[in-house]
Design a protein around this ligand. Structure first.
Ligand SMILES: Nc1ncnc2c1ncn2[C@@H]1O[C@H](COP(=O)(O)OP(=O)(O)OP(=O)(O)O)[C@@H](O)[C@H]1O
Length: 464
């Protein structure tokens, strides 16, 4: 071949190479062994924010420093002496996947580096969007699970006050914060404590309830904190786990916290502050990881004033207070509860009882000093004691009549003696429903056992 033909051949080859470079969708750059760009495809311009001529003759190390791209693949190939693939962020805010391929001379020195880049900005954005959607989905799933748990728990309510409580529960169920449930006897504090546990991430861990008012002080202490063998006379060999230990990562429910003896209140406060518990006679602290829910029907502030409840413990427990209103203040909830209890007891006793319209109205009108517990008992008694399939008005009235309360909010003036007797009767009936024995009722009402017996006789209250 003549030298002119050779020149033509190379010229043509060069033109073809340039055309390929410029037509390529990918960004191609060629640098020499020192990292100086010798050829750059036109498509590079929008991706690096620098013109073709602005790149040619520039050093990759310099461009890296000037922020045209973060890590230069050319520079990396020179540093490592081998083929490199990396993700590169450019000054024009694009994300590229770049591969740099070195070419060597006979002595193994790099003479050229060919870089091919693919724009993956959209892929990355889609990837991020996918991640965002996935985390949103997880959040919705978690919310849905919590709502499902509340639905499954069959807390029937229509009232605004209960709706607010359930929304609060959804909000706090997964937090570690201590919950203090307040409300009259029978409003469902224990029931709600269980709902909180079952709607929370702790639902597969134990739910451990204990009634602080029903157990003597020394027994309560060993139940709560456990003991080592030989801690006291009669202690089981091998010791015993306390309820905090048994609850593990679950929920410990301290019912009737207002009845906890002062001495134990101090110990409980230490456990809550230190998040550690010591078994009686033990030396090794055990980590407390469970969530605490406490409940009381007593006025804790009044107990503090009377010196019967520690103020510091009160503030420690009162992180999320939930005040459950009495049933008489949310009568819209009664129909669904009546239906639920009627269905439950019909199932349990194999009956098909319904309640007459009049009987139903009596149930709605009644003020339930014993709250949901009393309503449940009334429905069970009606299902068991009535003979036909329809519970008539009179049968409902007969059950409610002995405890029918005087409506103190009405304008009707009733003789004081009658009012006092009625109030006593209500209190005693509720106390008997809960505590069953005259001794425990006397303890709860802080009167002598003989007074309980006398009053029950005078007010014709039956107890077993
Ligand atoms: N929302 C509810 N739906 C169905 N049953 C309920 C509901 N709330 C309470 N109950 C039922 O009413 C009864 C009393 O509830 P619970 O023992 O939780 O009340 P409490 O406020 O803890 O009472 P106390 O202060 O006397 O311990 C229980 O049998 C419980 O199952």
């Amino acid at each position: 071949m003549h030298s002119e033909d050779i020149l033509d051949y190379y010229k043509q080859a060069y033109e073809e190479l340039k055309l390929i470079l410029d037509l390529s969708f990918d960004q191609i750059t060629i640098a020499d062994g020192n990292g100086i760009f010798t050829k750059v495809s036109k498509s590079c311009e929008p991706y690096f924010g620098v013109t073709e001529n602005g790149l040619i003759g520039c050093n990759a190390f310099e461009l890296e420093k000037n922020g045209v791209f973060d890590t230069s693949v050319t520079a990396e190939v020179i540093r490592k002496g081998e083929k490199v693939t990396l993700i590169q962020k450019t000054g024009a805010n694009r994300t590229l996947m770049v591969t740099g391929i070195p070419m060597f001379d006979e002595e193994g020195q790099i003479i050229k580096i060919i870089n091919i880049s693919k724009d993956i900005t959209e892929n990355q954005m889609l990837g991020q969007e996918l991640k965002d959607i996935q985390s949103q989905l997880q959040w919705f799933q978690k919310e849905l699970n919590k709502r499902q748990a509340i639905y499954d728990s069959k807390v029937n309510y229509k009232s605004v006050s209960m709706n607010k409580i359930m929304e609060l529960i959804l909000h706090i169920c997964d937090l570690d914060a201590t919950v203090l449930l307040l409300g009259e006897t029978g409003v469902g504090k224990g029931y709600i404590a269980k709902v909180i546990h079952e709607s929370s991430i702790r639902k597969n861990e134990p739910f451990v309830p204990i009634n602080c008012g029903a157990i003597p002080e020394n027994l309560l202490e060993s139940e709560l904190f456990g003991y080592e063998s030989g801690a006291f006379t009669g202690a089981t060999k091998g010791g015993k786990k306390g309820l905090f230990e048994i609850a593990g990562k679950g929920t410990i429910f301290l019912d009737e916290i207002g009845d906890m003896p002062m001495n134990l209140q101090v110990k409980l406060l230490h456990v809550l502050d230190d998040k550690k518990v010591l078994r009686l006679g033990g030396e090794k602290p055990i980590k407390v990881e469970g969530r605490l829910i406490a409940a009381t029907n007593k006025d804790l502030k009044k107990l503090i004033q009377e010196g019967k409840f520690r103020e510091d413990l009160y503030y420690r427990l009162n992180v999320v207070p939930i005040n459950i209103p009495p049933l008489r203040e949310r009568k819209v909830d009664i129909p669904a509860l009546v239906k639920m209890f009627l269905d439950n007891y019909n199932n349990e006793h194999g009956t098909h009882k319904t309640i007459s319209e009049g009987g139903y109205n009596i149930l709605i009108d009644y003020n339930y000093p014993g709250n949901i517990r009393e309503l449940e008992n009334i429905i069970e008694r009606l299902v068991i004691t009535t003979l036909g399939d329809i519970v008539e008005d009179i049968q409902v009235a007969e059950i409610i009549e002995p405890t029918k309360e005087i409506n103190y909010n009405s304008d009707e003036i009733v003789p004081l003696k009658q009012s006092v007797e009625e109030l006593e009767r209500r209190i005693l009936i509720s106390a008997f429903e809960k505590y069953k024995t005259t001794r425990k009722v006397a303890e709860a009402l802080d009167i002598d056992q003989s007074t309980v017996v006398k009053k029950a006789k005078r007010l014709k209250i039956k107890y077993s």
